[in-house]
Design a binder for this molecule. Structure first.
Ligand code: ADP
Length: 332
């Protein structure tokens, strides 16, 4: 008798035109990789029929991506020059703040950090697996109905690394946008890995209608230096810049109330002024931001009256103003 697979993968014969499986089940990393390799044409094309079939696949998927993304009113990418500055923390808390600010059940987060996905952990969705049904794969639903998709949902366990090159990552991101049943959303936040590599470039190419990018930095001079590269990158690929957020701006001791500028302070504002970009706000260092992220509990829900939560809510208002102005300009 055949051993029962604890995480059933869909039948390989029953694929959609793009490679992702058609039947119901749970999608795993190997399954996704196989589908992507097949789709990307890593196997040699031997006949003109095959070339034509592949071209048809591309155009089908492009069409699907456009259809799915046309239901998402706004798309915002969150980027940073360096890792560890709190980009995912900011993405998650902005998603929650937006959901609390009248967009419950209408916010999506695409964790496009293929090698270091951390959004699921921060939203308490670790261990979730992508469920596949006839229309495509379904995002996980987190707090306040936030829809989340992450590479993490395809990994066999949280220690498994993804060792993929550029084209494979671009195809994975394309499939996340076209094959996931995102449904109607007000805002899709895309959490990108630090720097200006394959993933940000893929997103810039796949979502030319991107409303804008939010850039996260810490105030240190080292971080300021690299964040300028992100700004130049966004300008070069034609993504509007919504503004800069300075994270880990200062630390207020919970015992004595003394303020310490651990990474200095004001660096984000300085860059914003220098490069003529909006400054969205500063988030202080708060031990509970870190503790809540580790527990999978969004900080802003747990500590709504903290200085950092208030700052997140102010930033959300500025982002909404930006989107509204952009929308008004487009309608003229
Ligand atoms: P990135 O996405 O830029 O790599 P993360 O969002 O993963 O960074 O944050 C790195 C670490 O710093 C995490 O442990 C997170 O909880 C913590 N962190 C982020 N912002 C703050 C903050 N303002 N105060 C305290 N800890 C923070």
């Amino acid at each position: 008798m055949e051993e029962e697979d604890p995480t059933p993968v869909p039948n390989a014969e029953a694929r959609t035109s793009t490679g992702l499986p058609r039947t119901e089940g749970t999608l795993g990393l190997e399954e996704a990789k196989e589908a992507i390799l097949k789709y990307e044409g890593v196997f040699e094309l031997t006949s003109t029929q095959e070339v034509t079939a592949r071209e048809k696949q591309f155009s089908n998927q492009e069409q699907k991506l456009r259809t799915r993304m046309s239901k998402v009113k706004h798309k915002i990418a969150v980027i940073s020059g360096k890792g560890g500055v709190g980009k995912s923390t900011v993405t998650v808390n902005l998603a929650v703040a937006l959901a609390m600010h009248g967009h419950a059940d209408n916010i999506g987060v695409l964790d496009a950090d293929i090698h270091g996905p951390s959004v699921p952990r921060m939203l308490g969705l670790t261990g979730h697996k992508l469920q596949v049904g006839p229309p495509g794969a379904f995002p996980a639903s987190g707090m306040l109905g936030i829809k989340v998709v992450s590479m993490d949902f395809l990994l066999p366990d949280e220690n498994a690394p993804v060792i993929w090159r550029g084209p494979l990552k671009m195809t994975a991101i394309r499939q996340f946008l076209s094959e996931i049943v995102w449904g109607d959303l007000d805002i899709l936040l895309v959490d990108l890995p630090p720097g200006t590599g394959d993933e940000p470039l893929s997103i810039a190419q796949l979502l030319p209608e991107m409303d804008g990018v939010v850039i996260v930095t810490i105030p240190s001079k080292v971080s300021q230096g690299v964040v300028k590269k992100s700004i130049t990158f966004a300008r070069q690929v034609g993504m509007p810049i919504i503004g800069i957020i300075e994270n880990m701006s200062s630390f207020i001791c919970p015992h004595c109330g003394k303020k310490s500028d651990i990474f200095e302070s004001g660096g984000g504002q300085k860059i914003a002024e220098e490069l003529n970009i909006a400054f969205l706000g500063s988030i202080p260092i708060d031990q509970e931001i870190c503790e809540d992220a580790d527990k999978g509990k969004p900080f802003i829900v747990e500590h709504p009256n903290s200085a950092a939560s208030k700052s997140f809510m102010e930033i959300v208002k500025k982002i909404e103003d930006f989107l509204k102005k952009r929308h008004d300009i487009e309608r003229r």
